[in-house]
Design a protein around this ligand. Structure first.
Ligand code: PLP
Length: 384
C-alpha cells in the first residue's frame, strides 16, 4: 500500500492508538506472566489486569467485579444471550431483540431460541433506524426473560433511546434481563451514562482504538450469567481461560484516551462527516442518506446510490484508495441485502445499494476530499 489511502471504515476496526500500544508493550515482552500464578511474574501480570479492570469499571460506571473480560464483542454478546437463565415455569420463556442487531446478537438469539424451544420476538425499526417502541412494548410481555437492544447500530450508526427502551422493558416485562450491545456506541458515547439502565453491556476494544480479540461484558451485580467457557474459573467463574493481559491493558488505555478527548473528537468528526455527506448528496445524482444525522454517531455516514450494487462500489473505491464497506454481506456469490436496511423498510434494491463511510479520530480533511473526488466517478462507471 504505497499510495496514500483514505481509511473510512472505522466501524469495522479502528487503528490501534499509540497510547494503547505503549501500555501493552511490557506485557507482550518482559511481563509475560500468567496472572493466575503465585510468583512475582504472575503477580505483576495480575496487577496489570486488576488495574485495567478498575479503569474500565470507572469509565463504564460499573464496579470492578461487574466487568468480565472476553475475547471481543462477539463473545460478550454470546455470553449476554446464552448466559442468563431464561426458563420460566414452563421452561419456555421468550426472548426479544431488535431486527437490526449485529449478527453476534441476532444469530445468538435465534440459536438460543431454537435450543430452548422458546419464542423469539424480533422488533422492527423506524425508517430512521430507531427501535420501534410500540412494537417493543407489544413484544415485552410477562413471559420475556431477555431483551437485547443495541446502543448504536453498526451499519447506519443510529443511537437507540436506551432509557425509553428500559422504561418499556421494566414496565411490561419486569423479570427480563436487559442487554445492550454498546460495541459501536463506545467510541462516541459515555457508555456509563447511555447504558446505565442495562443489566448487561457488551464492548469490543478494536472499535475504539484498542487491540482486536479483546472485549468486555458488564454484568451488573444481582444478574447471574452462566459461563460459555468452562475451565480454570477465571473472571469469577464467568469466563474461563487465561486472561489476555496485554489485550485488556490496551483496551483500558484506549477507552481512557477515548473518554478524555471525546468532546473534541466528536465535534471534529461530526464536522467532517457532515461535509462528506453534503458533498456526496450534492455531487452524485440519485444519492440518498440513510437515517437522521441528529440520532447517529458522529462517525457514521450511510449513503445509498440508486442503481448500483454496493459490493462493486466498494471494490472500485478500494482501487481508488478509499476504504469503505457495504452494509450487505457477500455470500455464495450473491450480494445479500442488508437485514438492517430491510428492517428499516427500504426495498431490496435500496438495501443493496448502501455504502457505510465510517470516520474516526484520525480522519483528516484530505481523507474526506479523497472520498469526494473518488465516489462520483466510481458511481458513474458502475451505472454505465
Ligand atoms: N456488535 C457490533 C455492533 C459490532 O459492530 C461488532 C463488530 O463489528 C460486534 C458486535 C463484534 O465485535 P468483535 O469484532 O469484537 O467480535
Amino acid at each position: 500500500m504505497g499510495a496514500r489511502r483514505a481509511y473510512l471504515d472505522h466501524a469495522a476496526s479502528a487503528p490501534l492508538l499509540p497510547e494503547a500500544r505503549v501500555a501493552m508493550e511490557p506485557y507482550l515482552a518482559a511481563a509475560f506472566g500468567n496472572p493466575s500464578g503465585a510468583h512475582v511474574e504472575a503477580r505483576r501480570a495480575r496487577r496489570a489486569v486488576d488495574d485495567a479492570r478498575d479503569q474500565m469499571a470507572e469509565l463504564l460506571g460499573a464496579d470492578p467485579g461487574e466487568v468480565v473480560f472476553t475475547s471481543g464483542g462477539t463473545e460478550a454478546d454470546n455470553l449476554a444471550v446464552f448466559g442468563p437463565e431464561i426458563g420460566g415455569t414452563d421452561g419456555k420463556a421468550a426472548l426479544v431483540c431488535t431486527a437490526i442487531e449485529h449478527p453476534a446478537v441476532l444469530a445468538a438469539c435465534r440459536e438460543r431460541a431454537r435450543l430452548s424451544d422458546a419464542p423469539l420476538r424480533e422488533v422492527g425499526a423506524t425508517k430512521d433506524g430507531l427501535v420501534d417502541l410500540e412494537e417493543l412494548a407489544d413484544a415485552c410481555r410477562p413471559d420475556v426473560a431477555l431483551v437485547s437492544v443495541m446502543s448504536a447500530n453498526n451499519e447506519v450508526g443510529t443511537i437507540q433511546p436506551l432509557d425509553a427502551v428500559a422504561e418499556v422493558v421494566r414496565r411490561r416485562a419486569p423479570r427480563a434481563v436487559l442487554h445492550t450491545d454498546a460495541v459501536q456506541a463506545a467510541p462516541w458515547l459515555d457508555v456509563a451514562d447511555h447504558a446505565a439502565a442495562a443489566d448487561l453491556v457488551s464492548l469490543s476494544a478494536h472499535k475504539f482504538g484498542g487491540p482486536k480479540g479483546v472485549g468486555a461484558l458488564v454484568v451488573r451485580s444481582g444478574v447471574t450469567v452462566r459461563p460459555l467457557l468452562f475451565g480454570g474459573g477465571q473472571e469469577r467463574e464467568r469466563r474461563s481461560g487465561t486472561t489476555n493481559v496485554a489485550g485488556v491493558v490496551g483496551m483500558a488505555a484506549a477507552l481512557a484516551v477515548t473518554a478524555r478527548r471525546r468532546d473534541r473528537v466528536n465535534a471534529a468528526v461530526t464536522r467532517r462527516r457532515d461535509r462528506l455527506g453534503d458533498g456526496l448528496l450534492r455531487g452524485v445524482p440519485g444519492a440518498a442518506e440513510t437515517g437522521d444525522r441528529e440520532t447517529r454517531t458522529p462517525g457514521h455516514l450511510h449513503v445509498r446510490f440508486a442503481g448500483i450494487e454496493s459490493e462493486a462500489l466498494v471494490v472500485l473505491l478500494d482501487e481508488a484508495g478509499v476504504a469503505v464497506s457495504a452494509g450487505s454481506s457477500c455470500s455464495s456469490g450473491a450480494t445479500e441485502p442488508s437485514h438492517v436496511l430491510l428492517a428499516m423498510g427500504l426495498d431490496l434494491s435500496e438495501a443493496q445499494s448502501g455504502i457505510r463511510f465510517s470516520l474516526g479520530p484520525e480522519t483528516t480533511d484530505a481523507d474526506v476530499d479523497a472520498a469526494l473526488a473518488a465516489v462520483p466517478g466510481a458511481v458513474a462507471r458502475l451505472r454505465d
